[in-house]
Design a protein around this ligand. Structure first.
Ligand code: GCW
Length: 740
């Protein structure tokens, strides 16, 4: 008893003190329950009371036609979302909507007339007309005088997209009666490229195994595929290439076509078509032809038969993605044919079924003669530019964002704007092969935006990369692809913040003009809480994160100085690989005299591949953006920078700044502790701590190396690297993930 009283008194005192503190500092939010991240941004957690009351009035029931899988998926998502946010499931109202206060009504344009008592039907039809097959209209309307929330579209998929858009706004705390949206995608092709192998390993994957369980398919279908489809549809992604571009012939065997069909069945209601990467030499390897020459009629006939076979199981199959004559993959050049010969042969097999070919421009060959220097950055342009206009109508050429390979920063690829008669697809990498895997917090929204907004000046007028993709040059609309960062990890992407990169990719694929900060805000509000105390610091961390990584890895335009093969960590010293253009020393060219790759007329003249306005700017170090300086110029170490520092001092300052930025991000995250559930908080905190260690390692190793080759003393006040250059050179990472 005594003990009990003492305990009770202690509790009361604690409660009293807490009360006073709360009175002084405002209510502390209770720490949220642990989350494992599986729900991504579709969390639909209970809303705060005021918002709940508003939603309650605006979403008493759902009225939707119950006639197609897509509309059923939309209604199910609404039910899930509303139930989650309200804590109570909404009613289902019969499919011919009755006037009912506070209903959410899904209706197709051609059924507007059947909604009796709907005010404004003609106006609605007019508003819908320009929104196309995938667009939607979400706004208040009245049915027999009663206000309802209308989600209207020209086709079913628009109803699903509109539903997700409405749910996004509600999750972000927008009052339901203030939601008014009219939107449509800018690009018809918004695709994820999985680099997933048939044995479930994932090339450059850092989030577990492939989500496609090829072994168990087609008879065992993981419910995760449906959640994958929901997440993608919530962003508007409408295609997915299931397997690695380094493809295997077996993916076109009857067994794998059946497995692919099972996945297609799950994704179809969500508006997502499946595509396959194909290996050029498939018929030859399956011993069904004697050659893989694209101009051999037997070869063409084999592919036509194969296409027929695929479409018998998957009537809406999207088509093929092809990596040919690139990094050892076979291709038409093996038969002295060009990329257009190869792409067109496949395109003709797919054309009768409305399928397409996405032909990659990521090609580079070893120099013809040993010792010869051929700039890898120029090769895609050299091979593809002459083929402009030579591709069949159902071929798109897929171009990486930059001319080397998904570096922390690359200038936009010179092919954008240079092929006006060929629809181009952007290829971004959402997985962070060169950006610290799933360990480093690096938000890629800013990287994507930088490339999409780059002004190619094609034709001597403003022409951003986004406009090129949208077909502004001659009306030939292209598309966008992102190399997926998705795997079997419970949280899909290996880390919470990597979910943001999937999200940002999808949102920009829908609308390349969106602002990366606004996207970050949306993501943070849905992923954590729509509370400025969380959203603002999270967004701040995200917005500075990519520049931080550039600074501690490859500042001022440096590139490709990562570890061999796995691309983890610094290795600027590597000079002994089989091909010159695999070696970091080839890219940074640092020596006593200076550093950087001369891509002007005195060097490889890669600048000449850009439109004249851009080329002129890049030819002169003074007018080259400082962040791309060493990409285009080889400069003496004592070059004076705009900051007043020498190039050497500037380089070191950037490395130091990158490390300091990670420390700042860590501190910012620590302040968020009360607002984020412990599980996700701790995971992010551990990753940031590791990022801090690795940023320091990058900085130290690079400074040690560049100091060694330049022979320069460390600038005054700069801390020396923690270890010797020999130490950094000796590090090895034998089982680094994602490395095929
Ligand atoms: O970025 C490089 C990667 C390879 C990849 C290749 C490509 C699929 O290191 O792993 O292979 O590019 O894009 O084809």
């Amino acid at each position: 008893m005594q003990h009990f009283l003492r305990h009770a008194r202690a509790c009361l005192t604690a409660a009293f003190v807490l009360n006073i503190l709360l009175g002084l500092f405002g209510a502390l939010p209770a720490r949220a329950a642990d989350e494992d991240g599986y729900d991504l941004w579709l969390r639909y957690r209970p809303l705060p009371t005021a918002q709940r009351t508003a939603l309650q009035a605006a979403a008493t029931g759902i009225a939707a036609p119950d006639d197609t899988p897509t509309v059923r998926a939309a209604a199910a998502e609404l039910r899930r979302g509303i139930a989650g946010m309200l804590g109570r499931a909404p009613d289902t109202i019969p499919s011919t909507p009755q006037p009912r206060l506070g209903a959410v009504v899904l209706v197709r344009a051609n059924a507007l007339a059947q909604v009796s008592g709907l005010a404004d039907a003609d106006n609605l039809r007019r508003e819908l007309a320009p929104l196309g097959p995938e667009g939607y209209l979400v706004r208040r309307a009245r049915i027999k005088g009663a206000p309802v929330m209308l989600v209207a579209a020209n086709a079913d998929i628009g109803l699903l997209y509109g539903t997700f858009a409405w749910l996004r706004q509600v999750q972000l705390g927008v009052a339901p009666d203030r939601i008014a949206l009219a939107d449509k995608p800018a690009l018809p092709l918004r695709v994820l490229n999985h680099w997933d192998n048939l044995d479930r390993t994932v090339e450059r994957g850092y989030a577990g195994e492939s989500i496609w369980n090829w072994w168990e398919l087609p008879n065992i279908v993981d419910p995760r595929y449906t959640d994958y489809a929901r997440a993608n549809a919530s962003l508007g992604i409408n295609g997915t290439v299931l397997n690695n571009v380094n493809a295997k012939a077996e993916v076109l065997s009857p067994a794998f076509i059946a497995k692919t069909a099972a996945i297609a069945d799950v994704l179809r209601p969500y508006g997502i078509r499946v595509y396959l990467s194909v290996r050029w030499s498939t018929p030859l390897e399956l011993k069904e032809t004697k050659t893989a020459d694209p101009l051999d009629p037997q070869v063409a006939a084999w592919w036509a038969r194969k296409a027929d076979e695929i479409y018998r199981s998957i009537p809406d199959f999207g088509g093929f993605l092809v990596k040919a004559n690139s990094e050892g993959q076979p291709g038409p050049q093996d038969y002295h044919r060009n990329h257009a010969d190869g792409a067109n042969m496949l395109a003709r097999a797919l054309a009768p079924h409305n399928g397409i070919v996405m032909w990659r421009a990521f090609v580079y060959n070893p120099p013809a003669h040993p010792g010869q220097v051929s700039d890898r950055a120029t090769q895609a342009y050299d091979q593809f530019k002459p083929l402009d206009g030579k591709f069949d109508r159902n071929v798109l050429v897929q171009v990486k964002n930059g001319a080397i390979d998904f570096q922390p920063r690359e200038p936009a690829h010179p092919l954008f704007g240079a092929m006006p008669d060929t629809p181009l697809m952007m290829e971004f990498q959402v997985t962070k092969e060169y950006l610290g895997y799933a360990t480093h917090l690096v938000y890629l929204g800013t990287l994507f935006q930088e490339t999409l907004r780059f002004d190619t000046r094609a034709g001597g007028r403003p022409m951003t990369v986004a406009r090129v993709l949208e077909g502004a040059q001659d009306g030939r609309v292209g598309g966008i692809a992102g190399v997926a960062n998705i795997g079997s990890s419970r949280n899909w992407t290996g880390s919470t913040f990597d979910q943001a990169n999937w999200y940002a990719y999808g949102r920009l694929a829908w609308n390349p003009d969106l602002d990366s900060r606004a996207i970050a805000r949306e993501w943070a509000g849905q992923t954590f809480a729509p509370d400025a105390r969380v959203v603002e610091p999270v967004v701040d961390m995200m917005m500075r994160s990519r520049e931080a990584a550039v600074d501690y890895m490859t500042p001022l335009g440096l590139h490709h100085i990562m570890g061999t093969g796995h691309h983890h960590g610094p290795a600027p010293w590597v000079d002994n690989l089989g091909r010159a253009d695999w070696n970091p020393v080839y890219y940074h060219r640092a020596g006593r005299d200076g550093i950087g790759f001369d891509r002007t007329a005195t060097g490889s003249n890669a600048v000449a591949q850009y439109a004249p306005d851009v080329a002129r700017r890049l030819a002169d170090p003074a007018t080259t953006p400082p962040e791309q300086l060493l990409w285009f110029h080889h400069l003496p170490w004592d070059t004076r920078m705009p900051s007043g520092r020498t190039l050497w001092e500037e380089l070191v300052a950037h490395y130091d700044h990158g490390v300091a930025e990670v420390a700042a991000m860590q501190a910012e995250w620590q302040r968020l502790r009360p607002f984020v559930d412990a599980r996700r908080y701790d995971d992010v905190a551990q990753r940031l701590a590791q990022q801090q260690r690795e940023a320091q390692w990058w900085r130290d190793a690079c400074i040690a190396y560049f100091q060694h080759v330049s022979g320069l003393p460390l600038p005054a006040g700069v801390n020396p690297p923690a270890q010797t250059l020999e130490y950094y050179r000796s590090l090895a990472f034998p089982y680094a993930p994602g490395h095929g």
